[in-house]
Design a protein around this ligand. Structure first.
Ligand code: ADP
Ligand code: MG
Length: 238
């Protein structure tokens, strides 16, 4: 299960209120995209959900459990970053297996889960290579593989494709959508790219200076943007 609820979540750095107070419900299995201009608080919101930042006030509930004060590892989430964060000296297989090794899983379990992740991500032929011998898209798939083996309740992606060229971004968009179809796991995907938001999301959350301007399906936002900010950002005709 991967239902995530934010209640009046506020984040203030020093005297700067970055997230003034957000209420949001993410249903189990949903593909939710946080979209908005650079600096609007997308990464901060994702890091609050992941537990990489502490909320200033408000609560975060995952599957009925208040995790507001829980350590990141206790939240059952897996985060995928734009900068891959792979270990250069390890092979693809070792990189993907790493979280399971840390959790002291049995070798047979590790092998089975790593091989399954490799199959889903089309990495089977690259397992003994090191990250330096891979393309950008392959590296991003390894980073996703490392998240998959943990079998998280939800995947959190922070602009995972922004280091890739336009053609590869298109391919990876489809691959991540396909992965969501296969796994059925909740995914929260942060981007400043309207095309990614419109093509990948079940539900889009439009952020502006830490506030939610509108939540809706891509079609709802396109047809009935609540204001000019949403209309301008989504590129709809209003
Ligand atoms: P986005 O991911 O949408 O580009 P961020 O969440 O990274 O935006 O940042 C939102 C705002 O919060 C920015 O103004 C940024 O400067 C500020 N911010 C982010 N992290 C910190 C921090 N650790 N200390 C102070 N300000 C921060
Ligand atoms: Mg960001």
């Amino acid at each position: 299960m991967g239902k995530i609820t934010l209640n009046k979540v506020n984040k203030t750095f020093g005297s700067t209120e970055v997230i003034p107070g957000i209420d949001l419900e993410i249903e189990d299995g949903e593909f939710v995209v946080f979209v908005g201009p650079s600096g609007c608080g997308k990464s901060t919101l994702l890091r609050l959900i992941a537990g990489l930042e502490d909320v200033t006030s408000g609560t975060i509930v995952i599957d009925g459990t208040d995790v507001t004060d829980a350590a990141p590892a206790r939240r059952g989430l897996a985060m995928v970053f734009q900068s891959y964060a792979l270990y250069p000296h390890m092979t693809v297989r070792q990189n993907i297996a790493f979280p399971l090794k840390m959790a002291k899983a049995e070798k047979s379990v590790i092998d089975a889960k790593v091989n399954e992740a490799a199959r889903v991500l089309n990495l089977t032929d690259y397992m003994e290579r090191r990250p330096g011998q891979l393309s950008g898209g392959q590296r991003q798939r390894v980073a996703i593989g490392r998240a998959i083996v943990r079998e998280p309740e939800a995947f959190l992606f922070d602009e995972p494709l922004s280091n890739l060229d336009a053609a590869l971004r298109g391919t990876m968009r489809l691959e991540i959508s396909e992965l969501h179809n296969q796994l059925g796991t909740t995914m929260i995907y942060v981007t400043h790219d309207q095309i990614e938001a419109m093509t990948m999301a079940d539900k889009i959350v439009v952020l502006n200076r830490g506030n939610i301007e509108q939540v809706g399906t891509p079609l709802e936002l396109y047809r009935t943007p609540r204001n000019l900010f949403v209309a301008g950002f989504i590129g709809s005709p209003r």
